[in-house]
Design a protein around this ligand. Sequence first.
Ligand code: NAD
Ligand code: TYD
Length: 345
Amino acid sequence: MKNIMVTGGAGFIGSNFVHYMLGKYDNYNIIVYDKLTYAGNLDNLRDVVDDPRYHFVKGDICDATTVEETIRKYQIDTIVNFAAETHVDRSIMNPDAFIQTSVYGTYVLLEATRKFGLERFHQISTDEVYGHIPHGRSSVETDKLEPRSPYAASKASADLLVNAYFVTYGLPVTITRGSNNIGPYQYPEKVVPLFATNAIDYEPLPVYGDGRQMREYQYVQDHCEAIDIVLHKGQLGEAYNVGTGEEMENLKMVEILLETLDRPRSLIRHVKDRPGHDRRYSMNSDKVKALGWQPRHTPEEAIRKTAEWYRDNEWWWRKIKSGEFKKYYEAQYGERLRETTNPAK
Ligand code: NAD
Ligand code: TYD
């Protein structure tokens, strides 16, 4: 492994992965390949632009010609695929781009991996492919995929394609399925950065339904470390769950955020729930732990650290929260917030 193409590397986790890899290794070149959708942001990579080991190509993973040109030009031997449309609420509004990028785009990358005989194709997947998990259970990698949102279904489809290319063509693939990541550079449509930035501005926090849904919030750098370990030590054809093993109710996450930012609970609004909302995700991550990985942050530490980052980095998020974001916010929350006047109980 020498020349790594990081697709979707201008997004949240991808850019953290680029920082992580350039910081940890001297001898890898990182080629970020990104379409720069609304979620892609070169500010996320501004700390590495002068690094001679870093290169940026603007391109769509659905565009086979540009993908192949990039592989030739930079002598790519490894693809780590973060590129996707990633927000469940947007997938409910309009699933089209989700299917395009995660299904067709992943297929294009797999075909390129095959054509050029690359050393590795690594797919970044999610715990959402398992669907809602009842209390008392945690998903293991061999569980049936039962996605319930268009986003989750697009990611599960990509996982199935990756596995099919392993079985059919013997492609050297691996998959990691991460739980909810939080940390620097996460677009403020996802719950933690949305609530942190709203709270900083004393704006309401729209909690869906009763707020008792459970997620495994993990710090993004921990996830990046797990991806690195699977790239180096993972077994080909295998998927690895990556989570803390500690689920937390959304209301508890909100409480920690408000306390960290010193904001009142009266900002909480219970609003109309997300359709098909998965109440609980929970993964067993023993398989990746057996490769030597351990999360370095508890969910509580991750939430506090993330809130502090947003408090200290207004330069990054204020410009995002104007523009396209405002239209999205009105479409997603306008009606919900107007219907609701209930401050927290
Ligand atoms: P993000 O939305 O912040 O970033 C996605 C990036 O992909 C953006 O830079 C965007 O410009 C790029 N992109 C989108 N479509 C593209 C296309 N067709 N061609 C090239 N680039 C394209 O997402 P994220 O939160 O960083 O998630 C990254 C990956 O990790 C995704 O595959 C997601 O499903 C997965 N994942 C995310 C989480 C999470 O909590 N955020 C958890 C588990 C897995
Ligand atoms: P999100 O960050 O969208 O991640 P995902 O749905 O992919 O897990 O949401 C995390 C949790 O927070 C989920 O249970 C939905 C909830 N949520 C709210 O209550 N209000 C919001 O405005 C958002 C965006 C999410």
